[in-house]
Design a protein around this ligand. Structure first.
Ligand code: SF4
Ligand code: SF4
Length: 290
């Protein structure tokens, strides 16, 4: 089973629509996974039905039994993370700051504090219209640890793909170069960059490629909206050539991307031209992964 991650360094490059389009045109058995856990949207354009979902918990947080708390202030004084404060004569935990170290549990003279596992978000498995599974996750608001949730999405994706004898897992990567992007790159066989020929598109591509280089992952490039700026397109292609990134395909500007999203379908489903383009891109990717 081969894993491929599709990244762009930021949102809005048509990456998700292209990823969904590949799943639509591919004849092979494959599974999709949406690693943009802060704003997952692959299910909106591909899913047919929800199969199952479960909570994802990671780490611990302190809880105070207000009935036992005497507001002695020991926990507030000793917490190194400024995560617990006396409010209206009771200790109150700020989960955003609590590291679950358990010190307050040990120090509380009234045994009023306990630790509980912290819910980070929910992972859902969908069936898409293309009879390929999609693993997606939604992180709870105000939660951090999105990198851990991305890793868990990948774990679930591997289990689901193994049970279906899938040949490929295609990961729709998160934006940025932080923990979620790093987590999405772990143990993948191939990275595909989707770049737009604009100054910011160029810099986003370079930033994410600098990160990919640390993982020594073979990398390809698709230039989307390739005809909107000839100079920037040349600059992107020159960078790709200098860095030994294979050019997998170019897609000229097409309103079909926007129209498809409006209709909650992939670009390849909406446009025959984009379907043909996507098929060529998928063929090129398979050649590269071989
Ligand atoms: S140490 Fe225990 S009793 Fe004292 S304020 Fe904290 S929770 Fe309340
Ligand atoms: S568990 Fe640790 S971090 Fe959380 S409130 Fe208690 S002392 Fe602070």
């Amino acid at each position: 089973m081969k894993e491929l991650v599709i990244l762009s360094g930021k949102g809005g490059t048509g990456k998700t629509s292209l990823t969904g389009s590949i799943a639509y045109v591919a004849k092979e058995k494959l599974l999709l996974a949406d690693c943009d856990v802060d704003a997952s949207n692959m299910h909106l354009i591909t899913s047919k039905e929800k199969l199952h979902s479960r909570e994802y918990k990671n780490g611990f947080t302190a809880n105070v039994d207000a009935g036992l708390c005497t507001a002695c202030g020991i926990c507030e004084k000793e917490c190194a993370f400024d995560a617990i404060h006396i409010n209206n004569e009771k200790a109150v935990v700020n989960e955003m700051f609590c590291e679950g170290c358990g010190l307050c549990v040990r120090l509380c003279p009234e045994k009023a504090i306990s630790l509980s596992e912290m819910r980070v978000g929910e992972i859902t498995v969908y069936m898409t219209r293309f009879n390929k599974k999609l693993v997606s996750a939604m992180m709870d608001s105000k939660r951090e640890r999105s990198g851990k949730l991305v890793s868990e999405v990948k774990n679930v994706a591997r289990d689901e793909a193994a049970s279906e004898n899938d040949e490929y897992i295609i990961l729709d990567g998160p934006p940025g170069i932080g923990c979620p992007a790093i987590a999405s790159l772990g143990r993948v066989d191939y990275a595909l960059l989707v770049a737009e020929p604009t100054m910011t598109g160029y810099h986003d591509m370079v930033r994410i490629h600098e990160l990919i280089k640390h993982f020594r992952i073979k990398t390809g490039l698709v230039v989307n909206k390739s005809d909107i700026n000839a100079d920037m397109r040349r600059k992107i292609l020159e960078y790709g050539s200098k860095e030994s990134i294979s050019l997998i395909g170019e897609i000229e500007y097409d309103d079909a991307f926007i129209e498809a999203v409006r209709r909650n379908i992939t670009a390849a489903e909406y446009s025959e031209r984009l379907k043909d383009k996507t098929m060529k891109i998928w063929e090129n990717i398979k050649e590269e992964i071989k």
